[in-house]
Design a protein around this ligand. Sequence first.
Ligand code: PLP
Length: 443
Amino acid sequence: MSTLPQERRVVTAIPGPKSQELQSRRTASVAAGVGSVMPVFAARADGGIVEDVDGNRFIDFGSGIAVTTVGASAEAVVRRASAQLADFTHTCFMVTPYEGYVEVAEQLAELTPGDHAKKSALFNSGAEAVENAVKIARAYTKRTAVVVFDHGYHGRTNLTMALTSKNMPYKQGFGPFAPEVYRVPVAYGYRWPTGAENAGAEASAQAIDQINKQIGAENVAAIIIEPVLGEGGFIEPAKGFLPAIRQFASDNGIVFVADEIQSGFCRTGQWFACEDEGIVPDLITTAKGIAGGLPLSAVTGRAEIMDAAHSGGLGGTYGGNPVACAGALGAIETMRELDLNAKAKRIEAVMKPRLTAMQEKFDIIGDVRGRGAMIAIELVKSGTKEPNPEATAQIAKACHAEGVLVLTTGTYGNVVRFLPPLVIGEELLTDGLDVLEAAFAAL
Ligand SMILES: *Cc1c(COP(=O)(O)O)cnc(C)c1O
């Protein structure tokens, strides 16, 4: 259904004249605190391409931060959301409910790990889902403490800033933060002092020891972790870490929350990343990829936990908006029909060997990691593990100038991350990697 040619094309300087004009209007009218990765303004986007107002076509290695997994104008999303728009835009689920919300909850029960009875509540943003997971876990356990991890990211609201690890840019100057939040180590293999092979066992032992000694397990309502840490730098906790933490939560009546807002919905080649180690979370938070670009998020989990909050205790004016729900049903339909889990694995099969070959050629590539279509390279100073954010910024800039939209990330700002839409064509993928390789060669 796409009318947008699936090819890279740079026809002006980046940014082009129309983007520059919009940029000056933006600077005058939009708050400076809202940043943008690139100063080009989007006109259309579909498949693996974002086209700007000057007619430049960028290969999309970002998916609007892991959102447009099915593409930015997927047929089923457009069809279902358009039909819903024509019927009604809003009634508020808390006033007069509608079927789409229930259908999304049914889909979430089916798709998330575990065959126990599950229920969901829908919200607008990822941060809102995480906040509500904490509310639900506290209501269920009648405890207050929340445990999160080094390099974790959970959002920009007051509670989720507290849950987030990195100060700049997320927290600086925005405190005081919500109390009863505790941070413990995560098994970051590449940077674990005694080596990646020891990281799973040692980090989980340290985390559990800190929880026991500093908080007391009996005071912990929830442990929240991203099965692949997104903003922290696509850190896959070393093998054994997640199962050990999951077990500790079970043994101590703690609600284990998997924050799959970035890693969920086929991104890693599974419906949810925690499936790779057989983890069944008590609660799972989803957003980003869930609705093909429309704002929707969810908390899904064990029925008895989800039902712990009193009637009227959860919700929000727009939560589970009918158009966003229709978009989600279209996105899920697309994921099933196109078998996007298989596509994610195919993207990994194309990207990983290319990136590994680049690592052998360019010694500033310290690590290649991730899975499915959630892949990253960590850049370091030659011959060391010292983070290299300068080179990271230069590589990203060089890619942007050549028409490849890449994002950076990581606690140290030294990770280039690749989050292509899962519907991207293989030629675009290869072309984008060629541009990346040329950027390293030119550095
Ligand atoms: C993006 C993200 C969030 C926050 O989602 P928003 O929709 O931006 O509020 C929370 N957790 C993770 C893991 C994320 O990647």
